[in-house]
Design a protein around this ligand. Structure first.
Ligand code: 1GP
Length: 254
């Protein structure tokens, strides 16, 4: 039986397994560079690949996604910064609603505009509550979204936002400090959100080391996303992937 990409994410969570995702920014990734990343992702057993960025200016998204799909079995999900970043060649689309912000365009406006194209693409659509958390400095996404991030110490705001998203029927929560954030999201906020919500929780932004990926998993993140650090040092893929998988909750053998 074919399992949907969302089904795979939910299954991992139900088995208490943590997932590691590599974020590929089309603006920074040539096909040659993609080959290097794909080889490392395959040998390290990376769970998912996200493709997208806040500001994709290159025009090889179709080609890049087709290339990744032809080269490995890792599910590819689109993580679009704008409606122009849609290609039918991916496995699924994170249909992001910026629930931490109050910019109606990113809550629903752009969805209305992109809906016919998304429907026509045939992509598996995963409604995702996207929560931008202050990472200590303006990031491309905070600038482009024109929306205030949730302050990094306001766990209760993050929790209420996540609860609202879950009760509205969203299928995933993505807490993001933004690519290249100075400070990644604190474990206490991850714990506050994960302990009161049931849908899978993705955490990303500013994660540089395997240790932080591991502690995020222990705090309740179901999936860790890393982009920037891997662009600088692709060798980190294996180390962070092992740390994330080690963060899985192994049942007591007794
Ligand atoms: C950004 O969560 C992703 O949207 C990944 O962030 O590039 O900082 O790893 P980094």
């Amino acid at each position: 039986m074919l399992t949907s990409t969302y089904g795979k994410i939910v299954q991992l969570k139900s088995e208490n397994k943590k997932a590691f995702t590599v974020l590929v920014d089309p603006d920074k990734t040539s096909l040659k560079k993609a080959d290097e990343l794909i080889a490392l992702c395959t040998s390290s057993k990376v769970d998912f690949i996200f493709v997208g960025g806040s500001l994709v200016v290159s025009d090889h998204l179709d080609e890049l996604v087709q290339h990744i799909k032809a080269s490995c079995d890792i599910p590819v999900l689109l993580f679009p910064g704008s409606p122009s970043q849609i290609t039918p060649y991916a496995d699924a689309l994170l249909y992001l609603s910026l629930i931490s912000g109050r910019n109606p365009e990113l809550l629903i406006g752009q969805h209305v505009i992109s809906a016919p194209a998304v429907k026509k693409s045939g992509l598996e659509v995963i409604p995702t509550g996207y929560m931008l958390i202050d990472g200590g400095a303006p990031t491309t996404v905070s600038y482009i979204s024109n929306a205030n991030p949730i302050p990094s110490d306001k766990n209760e705001i993050a929790l209420c936002t996540a609860l609202a998203g879950e009760m509205l029927g969203l299928k995933l929560l993505y807490m993001d400090a933004g690519s290249g954030a100075k400070h990644p999201i604190k474990e206490s906020m991850i714990q506050a959100v994960s302990s009161h919500t049931q849908i899978p929780l993705i955490v990303g932004g500013g994660i540089l080391h395997p240790e932080k990926a591991y502690t995020n998993c222990k705090a309740g993140a179901d999936m860790i996303v890393v982009g920037n650090a891997i662009e600088k040092d692709p060798g980190l893929i294996n180390d962070i992937c092992q740390a994330v998988h080690a963060g899985s909750i192994v049942p007591n053998p007794r």
